[in-house]
Design a protein around this ligand. Structure first.
Ligand code: NAD
Length: 246
């Protein structure tokens, strides 16, 4: 078990990639604090994990609201006294071309995908600095590297997450805290199921491996960055994209 005796906080854990990360971490022996905005949805992920013997705390928190993001971290610490791993996975899309983009769609995506991660990182850094250890993983996207027409808000947030990752990695390295990002390509989740079939087909032709990824494919990369096997890795962006961007 690669995460035995470790405590991990995973945001946006009610479905998709966050759920796969929670299940993977649970199998590897971690104790978990799982959040999403809807308690019932996150409880539905927590229950089967508890049935398998995993210690799981489910919390309703909207990471785009500073107070709720901070309370999530405080509650996790109160429950377990220490936190070893934070995965900033919660994310949304509000796609449209730049010229038509509404202010609220710009703001909501930046606030959730980028500012939300900064809230949890700033709250957890104080705890991890005292522990002198910790691993933070931010779920970015390949579109944060390449840009994407119709996703300027999302691409800006995901590019911002890479800048946040590298800056935090530089600030926190001497305190024993590692900060890395994952940049998934196109992964089969609710987020991508909204794409029209012709768009899914077009995207698949751009992937050298010619298939969309599965949430578990991302979870295994997160597991590596969360575990002590990556103890000399910080400030990096691991692409999990079937070769889409190289
Ligand atoms: P999803 O829509 O299936 O799940 C997103 C999760 O985040 C849900 O649990 C949702 O409840 C939660 N969430 C959303 N806003 C939240 C908020 N304000 N506070 C707390 N929780 C919130 O999406 P997914 O495909 O599983 O994506 C997970 C992450 O991976 C996102 O950050 C996404 O941008 C990123 N990503 C996904 C893909 C893909 O192809 N699916 C590719 C690259 C990056």
């Amino acid at each position: 078990m690669r995460l035995k005796n470790k405590v991990a906080v995973v945001t946006g854990a009610s479905r998709g990639i966050g759920k796969a990360i929670a299940e993977c971490f649970g199998k590897e022996g971690a104790s978990l604090v799982l959040c999403s905005r809807n308690l019932d949805a996150v409880e539905a992920v927590a229950k089967p994990l508890r049935d398998q013997g995993c210690t799981v705390v489910a919390i309703a928190a909207d990471v785009s609201v500073r107070e709720q993001a901070e309370n999530l971290i405080t509650s996790a610490q109160e429950h377990f006294t220490r936190i070893d791993i934070l995965v900033n996975n919660a994310g949304i899309t509000r796609d449209s071309l730049l010229v038509r983009m509404k202010d609220e769609d710009w703001d909501q995506v930046i606030q959730t995908n980028l500012t939300g991660a900064s809230y949890t990182i700033r709250a957890i850094a104080r705890i991890m600095m005292k522990q002198r250890s910790g691993s933070i993983i931010n779920i970015s996207s390949v579109v944060g590297i390449t840009g994407n027409a119709g996703q300027a808000n999302y691409a800006a947030a995901k590019a911002g997450l890479i800048g946040l990752t590298k800056s935090a990695a530089k600030e926190l390295a001497r305190r024993g805290i590692r900060v890395n990002a994952i940049a998934p390509g196109f992964i089969e989740t609710d987020m991508t199921s909204r794409l029209a079939p012709q768009d899914q087909e077009r995207i698949t032709t751009q992937i050298p491996m010619a298939v969309l990824g599965k949430p578990e494919d991302v979870a295994y990369g997160v597991l590596f960055l969360a575990s002590d096997e990556s103890c000399y890795v910080t400030g990096q962006v691991l692409q999990i994209d079937g070769g889409m961007v190289m």
